[in-house]
Design a protein around this ligand. Structure first.
Ligand code: HSE
Length: 433
C-alpha cells in the first residue's frame, strides 16, 4: 500500500518531538496502520539540533507544505492564531487533512475550521491541543459517546500546576519556577497564557463543546489566573483539609453551561488534589459510567507528540475507510445546540473567604450576620491571630454552595463594616462529588 505522506509545519519543541516519535516508532506505526507514514516535507524557520532530518525536503515557507500535491496531511505545529488559521484553511482548500496541537486556534477559530473541513470532506484532528499526551478528546468524543455528560473538571495547564506545586512543596519563588517551566519547554510563548488561565480556558472551551455538543465559545469563558494566590491561603487551605488547584470547570446546568477557569479549593482526599508538577488530569462525570478520570503528562515534546502522532494514525486509517471519521466536536454538525454560557455571577459554588477584622467581642457575630442575611450557610470558620499584641485577626470561612451573586453582595457588605480592614480574599471551592 502507498504510504501516507505528511508535511510538518514547525520543528520546535512539539514539531521536533513529532518528527522523532514518527521516525523512531516507524515500524510499530506501520504495523498498526497497515501502511507507512512518510515525512514528505518539513517547514521550519531553523533546524532543530535534536532531529536528524537527513534527505527530507525542508522549506521555510509553511504555505508550500499546505499546497504541495505530494502532501496528504498537514501537521500544524507553529502555534498562534492568525497565521496558523491561514495555514490550516489553505491546507483544507487544497484537500489536505490537518492535525494540529494548537488549542488557541481551535478554541477561537474552530467553528469556521470544522465547517470548511466538512465542506471539503477532510478531517481536522487536535488531540494534542488538550492535556498534551492524555487521550481525553478521544475518551470524551468516542469512549463516552453513550453518556449525558454533567461535568468536566481538570488541571489542564502543566506550567500552572508545576508552579503551584513547587511553591507549596519547596517554598520556591513564582518567577523562578516559571523560568524553569519555560526552559523545560512546558510554557506557552507568552507565559501569561499559562499563569492567567488563558491556555486552560482554550482547552476547557474545547472540552465543553465536545462534552455538551455546542459551538466553541471561548470569548464567554470566565478566566482567573494564579498570580494572586498567596502562600497564606495555600497554608490555611491545607489546614482545613483542602488544596488550591487551578481548575477548569465546565458544568451543564438547567439554565445553561458554567465555563470557568480559576484557582479552586479541592478536598485533599480527591485524586485530582494530588495531581502535582506538570501532570494534568481531567475528571468527567457522566450519567451512565459515573465519574472517570484521565491523568498524564500535559506538556513536553514527546508526550504531546504522542497525541499528534496518534491523530496522524487515526486520520490515516480513515483513508482506507472513508466516512468513518468522527465529526470535529463529536456531534453531527447539524446537531450542535446553541447553549448559553452562564455569566460568572450566575454560577453556583462554595467559597473560601479570608479577611482581617478587629479582635474584639461581637465581631464574629456581625460578620456571620451579613452572610446569614444573604442566606449563605457557613461550613467552617477559623480565627487566626496575625501578630501577637495586635488586635487584628485573620478570619477564614468556608461556605456551602450558593450563587456567586450572593457571595458578591455579602463581600461588599463585609468590606463596608468598620471592624473589617482591607478587602476580602475569595477563592471558589468545589467538592467535585
Ligand atoms: N503551556 C501548556 C501547559 C503546554 O503548560 O500545559 C501544553 O498545552
Amino acid at each position: 500500500m502507498k504510504p501516507i505522506r505528511v508535511g510538518i509545519c514547525g520543528l520546535g519543541t512539539v514539531g521536533g518531538g513529532t518528527f522523532n516519535v514518527l521516525t523512531r516508532n516507524a515500524e510499530v506505526i506501520r504495523r498498526r496502520l497497515g501502511r507507512e507514514i512518510q515525512i514528505e516535507m518539513i517547514a521550519a524557520r531553523r533546524p532543530n539540533p535534536d532531529c536528524d532530518t537527513g534527505a527530507i525536503r525542508i522549506t521555510s515557507d509553511i504555505f508550500e507544505v499546505a499546497r504541495d500535491p505530494d502532501v496528504d496531511l498537514v501537521v500544524e505545529l507553529i502555534g498562534g492564531y492568525d497565521v496558523a488559521r491561514e495555514l490550516v484553511m489553505t491546507a483544507i482548500e487544497h484537500g489536505k487533512h490537518v492535525v494540529t496541537a494548537n488549542k488557541a486556534l481551535i478554541a477561537v477559530h474552530g467553528n469556521d475550521i470544522f465547517e470548511a473541513a466538512s465542506a471539503k470532506g477532510v478531517s481536522v484532528a487536535y488531540e494534542a491541543g488538550v492535556a498534551g499526551g492524555i487521550p481525553v478528546i478521544k475518551a470524551l468524543r468516542e469512549g463516552l459517546a453513550a453518556n449525558q455528560i454533567n461535568t468536566v473538571a481538570g488541571i489542564i495547564n502543566g506550567t500552572g500546576n508545576f508552579i503551584l506545586t513547587e511553591m507549596r512543596d519547596k517554598g520556591r519563588d513564582f518567577a523562578d519556577v516559571l523560568s524553569e517551566a519555560q526552559a523545560l519547554g512546558y510554557a506557552e510563548a507568552d507565559p501569561t497564557f499559562d499563569v492567567e488561565g488563558i491556555d486552560a480556558a482554550h482547552k476547557l472551551t474545547i472540552l465543553a463543546s465536545i462534552a455538551f455538543g455546542m459551538p466553541l465559545q471561548f470569548e464567554k469563558a470566565y478566566t482567573e489566573g494564579i498570580s494572586k494566590v498567596s502562600p497564606e491561603d495555600v497554608k490555611y487551605a491545607e489546614e482545613l483539609g483542602y488544596r488550591i488547584k487551578h481548575l477548569g470547570i465546565a458544568r451543564r446546568r438547567e439554565q445553561g453551561v458554567e465555563l470557568r477557569v480559576h484557582p479552586t479549593l479541592v478536598p485533599e482526599s480527591r485524586l485530582i488534589a494530588n495531581v502535582d508538577g506538570v501532570m494534568n488530569a481531567v475528571m468527567v462525570d457522566a450519567d451512565a459510567v459515573g465519574p472517570t478520570m484521565y491523568y498524564g503528562a500535559g506538556a513536553g515534546a514527546e508526550p504531546t507528540a504522542s497525541a499528534v502522532v496518534a491523530d496522524i494514525i487515526d486520520v490515516a486509517r480513515s483513508f482506507d475507510h472513508p466516512g468513518c471519521a468522527v465529526a470535529g466536536l463529536g456531534y453531527a454538525n447539524a446537531e450542535l445546540e446553541s447553549l448559553s454560557i452562564l455569566p460568572i455571577e450566575q454560577i453556583e459554588s462554595a467559597y473560601y473567604l479570608r479577611l482581617d477584622a478587629s479582635d474584639q467581642p461581637g465581631v464574629m457575630t456581625t460578620i456571620t450576620g451579613v452572610l446569614s442575611e444573604e442566606g449563605i450557610n457557613i461550613e467552617a470558620i477559623v480565627q487566626k491571630e496575625v501578630h501577637a499584641g495586635e488586635q487584628v485577626a485573620h478570619i477564614i470561612m468556608l461556605t456551602h454552595t450558593v450563587q456567586e451573586s450572593q457571595i458578591n453582595r455579602a463581600i461588599t457588605a463585609i468590606e463596608g463594616l468598620d471592624v473589617v480592614t482591607g478587602s476580602v480574599t475569595r477563592i471558589r471551592m468545589d467538592h467535585l462529588d
